[in-house]
Structure formats: structure tokens, C-alpha cells
Write a protein that binds this ligand. Structure first.
Ligand SMILES: NC(=O)c1ccc[n+]([C@@H]2O[C@H](COP(=O)([O-])OP(=O)(O)OC[C@H]3O[C@@H](n4cnc5c(N)ncnc54)[C@H](OP(=O)(O)O)[C@@H]3O)[C@@H](O)[C@H]2O)c1
Length: 338
């Protein structure tokens, strides 16, 4: 009998938070590789906020997942068959197998992982989220010694790296996160100030935490946190706009009328630089430096990381919604197989 594997296929475009009805779990025979390909068994699947955007068909920087298409995602996988010299059976690699138990991929695009660090780090601190923090902060935020850097979603893989890299560059780091337990985690990461955006008075807390104002706000969330940060930005402040996760489900009721006028007034009067980016822009120019620096920082303990590893293919959707809603502590990864 042919062995089969399961995958999540998009069945409908979600309205609000995705539900089980928006996906079909489809079983297919495990493929065999063609010339240049490898067949991979998924060990760990990365869950990232950008996946919510791929479920919609709104025009964006990347194509949406088609209805009936495989949900995309980075994976740490084991090579089980190969028709390429680039990888060998048994190698553990970083691939892009999606929400699936197996995948077939071009072997040349796979990264064989460093056995000296836990393989899941390739999905977080040493993977795309860590790179996003490194590139966005250094290329656009340009923190200087003695400046103040603020970031929200600050216990997540992007935010926690932003704060710690800011510290390495001699800046003061303010982390903003949801709830007391996350505030405690921010202190373990070494943030100078740790604020709860679910508290009563984020504006007041920011004023106390940043008496000299904020020079770099690394924007991960948007919404009320952005509203609270804007008045604290200093002259020549820089705002790398990385994500706006507070409303990826499209259900939030903020963005009051006239808010754009208020933002533009600040841009003008404070000579702000607000610059959106997608990390792929910097891969060619910065990825080698990132891997060198971040691997060294992780190995030396200068950069700490936290991962939330959830067990089982069946729990992928719950884990995804939990992460978007802030239930995760650190990088969200689903363990698909031993
Ligand atoms: N531009 C790029 O190339 C690029 C690449 C990677 C990631 N990103 C973006 O970077 C951001 C962080 O990604 P990540 O992987 O590190 O995510 P993450 O922190 O693991 O997870 C998302 C976090 O967002 C926070 N959040 C959700 N709703 C919020 C709200 N209403 N207000 C404030 N915070 C809220 C929650 O943290 P709390 O519980 O602390 O609120 C949640 O844990 C996302 O916006 C993502 O889209 C962009």
C-alpha cells in the first residue's frame, strides 16, 4: 500500500479569525523526487503572522494561497529521499514545506542546519524572524549609542531580537507586550523597560519609561500601541514598519477618522522617517552578516530566545490563532514528527 501524508489546503477565505471550516485536510501519496529534488519529512513547522495575509486575496507583496492550495510555511525537515548532491538522506534542513507532513522541494534551495544549535532556531532567532529584526533595525532604524529603541510584540521572535540587538548597539531598549507574564519574560531578555499594552495607561507608562523620548520605534503591531508611541517620538525619529499584527484578522475597530492627518503632522514637524519593508529586500545585502553575527550572539548567550513548541499536526490551526492573539511565549513552532 502507498504511504500517504496529510496537508492543510485552504478551502475558503477566512472572515476574521480562521476556523477549521476554512481548511481541508487532504491525504496524498508521499511523492518521489525528480532530478534536483529532495523529499522531506517535516519535523517542525513555523507559524508566522504573515500567513494570515496569504489566506486573503487582497493585493499584497506576495501572492495569496489559492483556494485548494497548500498553506505555505517554513519547515525544519529531514531528507528521506534525494535526487541531488546538494543534500543527503538524513540531513536536517530548512525548507519551505508548508502545513504538511511531507514535501518535495528543489534541493538547491535547502539549507543544511548547523548541528551545534537547536534546529528549531532556524525558524526563529536564526531564521526569517531574527533576520527581519536584524535587517529592519540596523538598515532602517540605525540605533545609535545612547538612543532609545521601542518595540511591541516584544517577546516574539522579531521583537525580542530587536530589543537585544538594540542593546548590543548601545541603545536603551523598551519592550511592550501583552500581560504580566510577558512583561516578566521581557526582563529575562534584558530589556531596560518592560511595559504591558493591556495595562490602563500605556501612554503614561511610555512617558515614564522614555523620559528623553523614543528615537527608533520598530513597528510590529499598529493600532492603539502606535497611537501611544507617536507622541513620544523624537526629532528625526525612525520608524521601520515591519508589521501591523493588531489587525491582521481585519476585525479591530480602531483607526479613528483624521488619524492620518495626525500622523502626517508628526512626520512633518518631527522630520520622521517612516519606512515600510519586507525582509526579502535585504537578503542579498545582509543575510550572510546576519547568520555570522546572530549565530555568534546566540552561541555566546548575548542574544537569548524563547520558543513555544506545540505538539502535533492536528493542533496547527489552534496554534496559529493562539499566536495571532498573543497566547504564545516566543517563537511559535509546531512539532510535526520526531
Ligand atoms: N516585514 C517583514 O518582512 C516581516 C517579517 C516577519 C515578521 N513581520 C511582522 O513582525 C511582527 C512580529 O512577528 P513575530 O513573528 O515576532 O510575531 P509574534 O510576536 O510571535 O506573534 C504576534 C504577537 O503580536 C502581538 N499582538 C497581537 N495582537 C496585538 C494587539 N492588538 N496589540 C499589540 N500586540 C498584539 C501578540 O503579542 P503580545 O501578547 O505581546 O501582545 C502576539 O504574540 C508581525 O507584525 C509580523 O507580521 C514582518
Amino acid at each position: 500500500m502507498t504511504e500517504t501524508y496529510r496537508s492543510y489546503r485552504l478551502a475558503a477565505r477566512p472572515q476574521g479569525a480562521p476556523t477549521a471550516d476554512d481548511f481541508d485536510i487532504v491525504a496524498k501519496p508521499i511523492p518521489t523526487p525528480r532530478e534536483g529534488q529532495a523529499v522531506l519529512r517535516t519535523l517542525y513547522l513555523s507559524l508566522d503572522p504573515y500567513m494570515r495575509g496569504r489566506m486573503d486575496d487582497a493585493k499584497s507583496y506576495a501572492k495569496p494561497v489559492e483556494i485548494g492550495g497548500l498553506m505555505v510555511g517554513a519547515t525544519v525537515s529531514e531528507v528521506v529521499a534525494t535526487e541531488s548532491d546538494a543534500v543527503a538522506v538524513g540531513d536536517v534542513v530548512l525548507g519551505y514545506g508548508g502545513w504538511a507532513e511531507y514535501s518535495v522541494e528543489d534541493a538547491a534551495g535547502l539549507r543544511v542546519l548547523d548541528p551545534e544549535v537547536p534546529v528549531t532556531t532556524a525558524l526563529g532567532v536564526l531564521g526569517m524572524p531574527g533576520f527581519t529584526a536584524y535587517a529592519g533595525l540596523l538598515a532602517l532604524g540605525k540605533p545609535q549609542e545612547g538612543e532609545t529603541v521601542a518595540v511591541a510584540a516584544a517577546t516574539g521572535p522579531v521583537g525580542s531580537a530587536v530589543g537585544q540587538i538594540a542593546k548590543i548597539k548601545g541603545a536603551k531598549a523598551i519592550g511592550i507586550a501583552g500581560g504580566e507574564k510577558k512583561v516578566a519574560l521581557l526582563k529575562e531578555f534584558g530589556f531596560d523597560e518592560a511595559l504591558d499594552h493591556r495595562g490602563d495607561d500605556l501612554r503614561g507608562a511610555l512617558k515614564a519609561a522614555a523620559p528623553n523620548g523614543i528615537d527608533v520605534y520598530f513597528e510590529n503591531v499598529g493600532g492603539p500601541v502606535w497611537d501611544a508611541v507617536l507622541p513620544r517620538l523624537n526629532l528625526y525619529g525612525r520608524v521601520p514598519v515591519c508589521g501591523l499584527v493588531a489587525n491582521y484578522n481585519g476585525t479591530a475597530e480602531f483607526a479613528p477618522a483624521g488619524s492620518m492627518e495626525r500622523v502626517m503632522r508628526s512626520v512633518l514637524t518631527k522630520s520622521l522617517t517612516i519606512r515600510g519593508f519586507i525582509q526579502t529586500e535585504f537578503v542579498e545585502s545582509m543575510h550572510d552578516d546576519f547568520l555570522r553575527d546572530m549565530t555568534e550572539w546566540v552561541k555566546s548567550g548575548q542574544v537569548k530566545y524563547q520558543e513555544e513548541i506545540i505538539d502535533g499536526f492536528d493542533n496547527v490551526l489552534d496554534a496559529f490563532n493562539g499566536m495571532l492573539g498573543g497566547k504564545n511565549f516566543g517563537k511559535t513552532v509546531v512539532k510535526i514528527a520526531e
